[in-house]
Ligand binder design. Sequence first.
Ligand SMILES: Nc1ncnc2c1ncn2[C@@H]1O[C@H](COP(=O)(O)OP(=O)(O)OP(=O)(O)O)[C@@H](O)[C@H]1O
Ligand SMILES: [Mg+2]
Length: 452
Amino acid sequence: MARFLVIDDEQGIREVLSDILRDEGHEVLAAEDGIVGLRMLKTEPIDVVFLDVWLPNKGGIEVLQEIKQEYPEIEVIVISGHGNIDMAVRAVKMGAFDFLEKPLGLDRVLTVAGNAYKFEQLRRENTQLKLQGGHQEILGNSPGIAQVRHIIEQAAGTDSRILITGENGTGKELVAREIHQRSRRARRPFIEVNCAAIPDSLIESELFGHEKGAFTSAVGKRRGRFELADGGTLFLDEVADMSMSAQAKVLRAVQEFRFERVGGEESITADVRVIAATNKDIRAEIEAGNFREDLFFRLNVVPIHVPPLRERQDDIELLTDHFLDMFSSQHARPRPRISRPGMQRMREYHWPGNIRELKNMLERITIMAEDVDVGVAEVEASMGSGEDPVEDLLARFEGMTLGEAREQFERELIEKKLQQHDNNISQTAQALGVYPSNLHGKIRKLRIHVGK
Ligand SMILES: Nc1ncnc2c1ncn2[C@@H]1O[C@H](COP(=O)(O)OP(=O)(O)OP(=O)(O)O)[C@@H](O)[C@H]1O
Ligand SMILES: [Mg+2]
């Protein structure tokens, strides 16, 4: 629910807008001129203002300037009559969110009002995020990431559809946000849909919205993400996880910029740039019959592959420096320094969880490190909390023969159990299900040091 203020000298317009918005459950205040409107803003928390450009007393443009100066977070939608569209255009150039032309159409009012409110919310969130550290730049100088940056520069300014591929945690979402930021849509919403997180039965209404009563739980009318993204960017994350029926609908929406709400007849149009991402091998999904080839061709106009971290080892040090700076200031801890061998170990590691894993590990080190100097042992101890524990485990035995791997595993397990039982041999043997004599033999053979 949002709070709107309508500033218009025509009573009819004030009433129509109030009715439409109140029907949607919003709160609406109204003022008959700019002076009264500005006075209300002083005391009432308002999200979005509808402002007539042609007003008695104080002119609309002047009121707009004052609102934007005093309350930059409030979005203003300008209303213009037939004769003063150029004034509305001027208002948009001066920072108004959008304009509506009289006579007011119900759907257009709702779309613009919804978008302005959503945008205002996103901006509040962004301000919040900025306070917490700001928009993350894509860091790295490796050829792989330089190539990604190059494609972003070329494609961002166009409206081309983009398909981003790459393993978990490689930075796909970051790339999508960067493209939006650098596009002419940057001031409009960036709307994300995680196709894997939304149950199949709800994905259509999530994407396209629904009419009241379209299905049992559809209590009110609801706009979908395609509509919310109007003028901006729609990010279809984990796109390969969408059902075939949802894919068919998305294909049409992407082809024709036209769709219907679930349970609705009316065709709705939206001006949306689509960026999709997946960590799956989408060609294999097509082979297996899980993904529509025609949709793939539609989405894959500009492909961007974000390489895994292990293929850009040269970036590890730079990223590490950045994250250590960030976390030490965020958690008010001394800035850890990673030793040469520790850094070497990080370069050799295969990073199944990619940058997200690196980031988590460095946060852990920043919080847990006993000393600012972090050696290879601590680096290793903080590793292996990637996305796939089995992969992590297997990686530790990389390059060993079966015999060596078995011995290494036995050594680690016995050491751990000894520690847990205060080096008591008979208790440890019992926990491991072997005879104490057997355990003694292993300890000798594997050269395990039993401390006291
Ligand atoms: N090049 C980079 N420079 C700085 N930070 C990065 C970079 N790449 C990724 N990150 C950070 O790593 C984390 C993971 O990135 P992101 O969420 O974009 O990955 P993803 O590919 O979308 O992952 P998933 O497949 O799991 O959804 C984020 O916190 C992001 O800010
Ligand atoms: Mg992601």
